[in-house]
Write a protein that binds this ligand. Structure first.
Ligand SMILES: [Zn+2]
Length: 286
């Protein structure tokens, strides 16, 4: 009977080192298992550690993202609420405008007389027109606004150049002598030679040329009895008969005619009579 070999296993402890004897055969079998277990433990530990790190990082990222989303939500809702409030105000203004136009009868053609009752009428003639139904109140917002815009474009509005007034409408001293009263039928705007002059309304050029006193002048007639006039130009950029739109350039600032220096003489005439253009410069209440 062969004597089974035995190996000594040392358990090293700093305080007390022990030795035990183990069957060598058994130890040989145990060795790969122990090594395998060791490797598995190391791999598992790495896995666990990396999972913990990843989880930690993800949690931090999530917190940061949640914070950002929260911030964005707060910001967006404040922004959106402000816009909604603005829209409500605009809607209210449009409704008031719509109401006003409705009350003024802007959407209802005037009643056409006579109503055909078969009886003779001593004050009638021409084609008979039917009374059309008033426009539906809410149905044609955009169209009504467009019509209003077209009407507004046919009224003089705004400045012929973004500059200051140098002389007002009405009685004034003679700008050449400083004495003797005279009537100034328009507004003067300071300017530099060559500055663009823009039409303050849409209409048709009824005069473009030289006229004593006014120098180079452009007159535009609007189809509601109004006329606008720009004088003392250094250059005229439109011709008689031409259609111009509000904002179109009609010429350049100059000092032609009876003028003490470069400026625009701007007139508004209603049925041929000059009126003060100043109330037409802005819709601002200031
Ligand atoms: Zn003037």
């Amino acid at each position: 009977m062969s004597k089974s070999k035995r190996s000594t296993v040392l358990i090293v402890d700093p305080n007390q080192t022990q030795s035990i004897e183990v069957n060598t055969q058994l130890l040989r079998h145990l060795k790969p298992i122990l090594m395998g277990l060791g490797i598995a433990t190391v791999v598992l530990s790495i896995g666990v550690v990396s999972l913990v790190i990843r989880n930690y990082t993800t949690t931090k990222d999530n917190q940061a993202l949640r914070q950002k989303v929260g911030d964005l939500e707060g910001y967006t809702s404040a922004e959106v609420n402000a816009k909604i409030n603005e829209l409500r105000k605009s809607e209210k203004a449009v409704l008031e405008l719509q109401n006003y136009l409705q009350e003024r009868g802007a959407f209802t053609p005037p009643p056409q007389k006579p109503i055909d009752d078969g009886k003779p009428n001593s004050a009638a003639g021409g084609p008979a027109l039917k009374i059309s139904a008033p426009m539906p109140f809410m149905g044609s917002f955009a169209q009504n606004t467009q019509n209003l815009l077209e009407a507004v474009k046919k009224m003089p509005l705004g400045l012929p150049a973004p500059t200051e007034i140098s002389s007002r409408f009405g009685n004034r001293f003679n700008p050449f002598t400083g004495g003797g009263g005279e009537f100034h039928p328009g507004l003067d705007f300071r300017g530099e030679i060559g500055d663009p002059i823009k039409s303050t309304a849409s209409g048709m050029v009824n005069f473009a040329g030289y006229q004593n006193g006014y120098g180079n002048v452009v007159r535009i007639s609007l189809d509601n009895g109004y006329e606008i006039l720009f004088g003392h130009m250094s250059e005229i950029d439109v011709r008689q008969g031409q259609t111009v739109h509000a904002g179109d350039m009609v010429g350049k600032v100059g000092s032609t005619g009876r003028s003490t220096g470069p400026h625009i003489h701007y007139e508004i005439r209603k049925d041929g009579t000059p009126i003060d253009p100043e109330p037409f410069l802005t819709l601002s209440s200031r």
